[in-house]
Design a protein around this ligand. Structure first.
Ligand SMILES: Cc1ncc(COP(=O)(O)O)c(C=O)c1O
Length: 401
């Protein structure tokens, strides 16, 4: 049981709270599902990049999936072994590629032919050999929200099978490239197994056709995407997920790399926000809170649902309300048309499932400092990021006035 009121009183609101023990349990459940096969769980740092969170996963033996050199640096700083770090992303700068090669990470996930040539050129300049993997876009509909679907040719991610084959041949013939892996990631918040299995089959067949031309890969990188319960979704059990993937790999000696983000952190996180006041515009009732879209963007960005629990001492009949923040945008809401009881100034709302793509998507819009973050571990709370002050917000500008 988490004492939300006490945490809100001690650390103030808006506040992110993460249950580290829950994160460990999710990590272990997924790792267990792949047992019997060489596997690496490479935590998708973008889901929640707080250094203490990444360090927590490092302590469990996790690798890291990074999408910027900033994330690679975070992973290294947090203690993730370089040989378990992957650098993905559709647009990497020359400086980022150079630093990734110099950091001797496991591999760079290449997402286009042009990028492969850049990586080769930069490796050549460094006199190095860059380990690479290629992100294949298997053109599978993952049946998730269009904004988090990535495995269709309409999406900007990865390359089609034919291009990938050309790229592997080029890499194999290059003195500066070492093709070690193959990667796919068809989308996030996946709740259906068939699209994953279908994608894995396509990519496993590609591995076999590469073997036939003497290109031997070591890593089969299945991306992340495992869905979680926000509301009433039926999700995929880790065991079924692992079995579906492993079933496509018969006869192949490959280390499976899985890049979970949301699965490890979403339901470990809570966003706490206090009620400022209620207000009525015509028929419409609003609960105005101190947290906003700059703290938790998912409802505004994807119309994402987060369960909201009201902690109030008053008893009343729930009624339909919109929960909105102070930011000057009509799109600034945490929930629309949800049932909540009558609320008073300083009552607390607990926004559930906020541990993934929550704080990380935050901003300073409207000159609002980002929330503090707190970890809960073995029944103890500790601050893992202090609240941003006004001084923090102007630090990079004030001397340039
Ligand atoms: C390449 C890649 N790997 C892993 C992830 C993590 O996804 P999730 O948080 O859904 O597990 C993403 C998310 O977009 C991704 O693009």
């Amino acid at each position: 049981m988490i004492h939300f009121r006490e945490l809100a009183n001690e650390y103030k609101t808006p506040l992110y709270v993460y249950d580290f023990d829950y994160m460990s349990a999710q990590y272990e459940a997924l790792k267990e599902a792949f047992k019997g096969r060489k596997s690496i769980l490479a935590y998708a740092v973008k889901a929640n990049s707080n250094l203490s969170v990444v360090k927590h996963f490092a302590g469990l033996g996790s690798g890291a999936d990074c999408v910027s050199i900033g994330e690679v640096r975070r992973a290294l700083l947090a203690g993730i072994a370089p040989y378990k770090i992957i650098f993905s992303g559709v647009g990497k700068s020359d400086d980022e590629i150079r630093e990734a090669i110099e950091s001797d990470i496991l591999y760079i996930n290449v997402e286009s032919e042009a990028e492969l040539l850049r990586v080769e050129l930069i490796a050549k300049g460094l006199g190095a050999i860059s380990r690479i993997s290629i992100r294949v876009n298997p053109n599978i509909d993952p049946k998730t929200h269009p904004y988090i679907s990535t495995g269709l040719h309409d999406n900007k991610f990865g390359v089609d099978i034919q291009s990938a084959k050309r790229m592997y041949i080029l890499a194999k013939n290059s003195e500066y490239l070492d093709p070690v892996g193959i990667h796919f990631h068809i989308g996030s918040q996946l709740t259906e197994l068939d699209p994953i299995r279908e994608a894995a089959e396509i990519v496993a067949d590609m591995v076999r056709s590469l073997q036939a031309i003497d290109i031997e890969l070591k890593f089969f990188d299945i991306g992340g995407g495992l869905g979680v319960v926000y509301n009433d979704e039926t999700t995929i059990a880790p065991y079924d997920y692992a079995q579906a993937i492993l079933g496509t790999l018969k006869g192949l000696d490959l280390t499976v790399i899985c890049e979970p983000g949301r699965f490890l952190t979403a339901n470990a996180g809570y966003f706490l926000t206090k009620v400022l006041y209620e207000k009525q515009n015509g028929e419409k009732k609003f609960v105005v809170v101190d947290g906003a879209m700059n703290d938790l963007l998912r409802p505004s960005l994807y119309n994402a649902y987060h369960k909201i629990e009201a902690l109030t001492s008053k008893e009343s009949e729930p009624r339909a309300v919109d929960v909105v923040g102070p930011v000057c945008e009509s799109g600034d809401f945490l929930a629309k048309n949800i049932m909540l009881p009558e609320l008073e100034h300083n009552d607390l709302l607990v926004v559930h499932s906020a541990g993934a793509y929550g704080f990380g998507m935050g901003s300073n819009y409207n000159t609002r400092g980002r929330s503090a973050e707190v970890a809960l571990e073995n029944g103890k709370a500790r601050l893992i990021r202090r609240r941003e002050s006004f001084e923090d917000l102007i630090a990079l500008e004030k001397d340039l006035l």
